[in-house]
Design a binder for this molecule. Structure first.
Ligand SMILES: NC(=O)c1ccc[n+]([C@@H]2O[C@H](COP(=O)([O-])OP(=O)(O)OC[C@H]3O[C@@H](n4cnc5c(N)ncnc54)[C@H](O)[C@@H]3O)[C@@H](O)[C@H]2O)c1
Length: 356
């Protein structure tokens, strides 16, 4: 068993990792700044951790005193702390880069200072941009960003060089990284910093590219929330979920408890990796669903019908679904929560209250 630090351990995914790590017998410490745009009353969050006997350092990963106190005596760091979501507009860019790029650099420098050599870092499917596609004749192709005039005309699928819609497939870790917004750039930077740290210090790092994570404790309706949480919040207000485009966007929805399991498998794996290693893994359920399927699965339990609006957001990707074969082959991890059960439970699971 290890002495584990979970940065961002009070967040949606971090809390699930903390619960699972304690159940597995690890000694767990949390470092979290309790961002004001994420959490309500910080004292209540700290008191809740204390009541459960979890060591909690309230501080920012960019603050040396808090970071060193949190890292003291630790064997392995699970770095979840980040500013998440797509952001509202470009005014969010400095906060993304400072929290995520600089934040990770500070964590890694601290690990180097204290001689800690094992890291698991939260990455995201957004590092791939649009997913994997082939042309109608089976040639692999990377589509450019979709054009506004196609979207306005309801042509949502990326179009190939022959003028036909491209055929979506499963993306694997060998695909080129193609981040298409500031948040995605920061997830690529976090991975690359982790890889540079491993090379410079002999450390061992695993980056987990989570797909669409859902489950209890997800943030409620905020500009930064994922689609599952937006639909779940609509249902809580008694409204039908509003589905953009035609609802056929393909995604891989993975339950937060499964994501926690993937982190624990990776934490164990960092012990066995050779020095100076960096490995990235997709973390998905392994099954493809559409956004329309997901809206129907959640709305159905409340007796509501989703409304397909045809609206779009220019920055959204059309399809991105993962092959999670590498993590199954190398670490023996597979998702266990099935879509129908997970969504049924999610439909009335508690959400984290919106704070702004
Ligand atoms: N939710 C998803 O679907 C998803 C998908 C892919 C990747 N991720 C990644 O997973 C990780 C966790 O995301 P989440 O959904 O749990 O988000 P969250 O906002 O619920 O949790 C993040 C936590 O980190 C803390 N934090 C942020 N900046 C910090 C800093 N500088 N110092 C200390 N603490 C800080 C916040 O207070 C919060 O408790 C993030 O790295 C995110 O990029 C999430």
């Amino acid at each position: 068993m290890s002495r584990l630090l979970v940065t961002g351990g009070a967040g949606f995914i971090g809390s699930a990792i903390v619960r699972r790590a304690i159940a597995d017998g690890h000694e767990v410490r949390v470092l979290d700044s309790l961002r004001a745009d994420v959490h309500g009353d910080p004292q209540a969050v700290i008191a809740d951790h204390e009541a459960r006997g979890i060591a909690f350092v309230h501080g920012d990963v960019r603050e040396r005193v808090a970071l060193d106190a949190a890292l003291d005596g630790i064997d392995v760091v699970c770095h979840q702390a980040a500013k998440v979501g797509l952001g509202v507009d470009f005014q969010d860019a400095p906060d993304y880069v400072s929290s995520n790029d600089a934040g990770t650099a500070y964590v890694l420098a601290g690990m180097d200072r204290l001689g800690i050599g094992r890291l698991v870092v939260a990455s995201s499917m957004v590092v791939y941009g649009e997913g994997a596609y082939t042309t109608s004749t089976g040639e692999p192709v990377r589509p450019p960003a979709r054009r506004r005039e196609d979207l306005d005309a309801g042509r949502f699928d990326p179009i190939g060089p022959d003028g036909q819609p491209l055929v979506p497939g499963l993306i694997d870790e060998s695909a080129a990284l193609d981040p298409r917004n500031v948040y995605a750039q920061t997830k690529v930077a976090q991975e690359q910093l982790a890889s540079s740290w491993a090379r410079a210090t002999g450390g061992r790092a695993v980056a987990l590219r989570y797909h669409n994570v859902y489950g209890p404790g997800m943030p409620a309706n905020t500009p930064y929330a994922g689609v599952a949480s937006l639909f779940r919040s609509a249902i809580a207000r008694g409204e039908a979920p509003r589905v953009f485009e035609d609802g056929a966007q393909r995604r891989d929805f993975v339950h937060v408890d499964d994501v926690a399991g993937a982190n624990l498998a990776s934490i164990a794996a960092t012990d066995a990796l050779p020095d100076d290693s960096f490995r990235a893994y997709n973390v998905g359920s392994g099954t493809v669903h559409t956004i329309g399927d997901m809206a129907a699965a959640i709305a159905g339990t409340a007796g509501l019908e989703p409304v397909v609006t045809g609206e779009y957001r220019l920055g959204d990707v059309r399809h991105v679904t993962a092959s999670s074969a590498r993590i199954a082959d190398e670490l023996g991890w597979r998702a266990e929560v099935d879509f129908e059960r997970g969504m049924r439970e999610f439909a009335d699971a508690p959400l984290r209250a919106a704070v702004r």
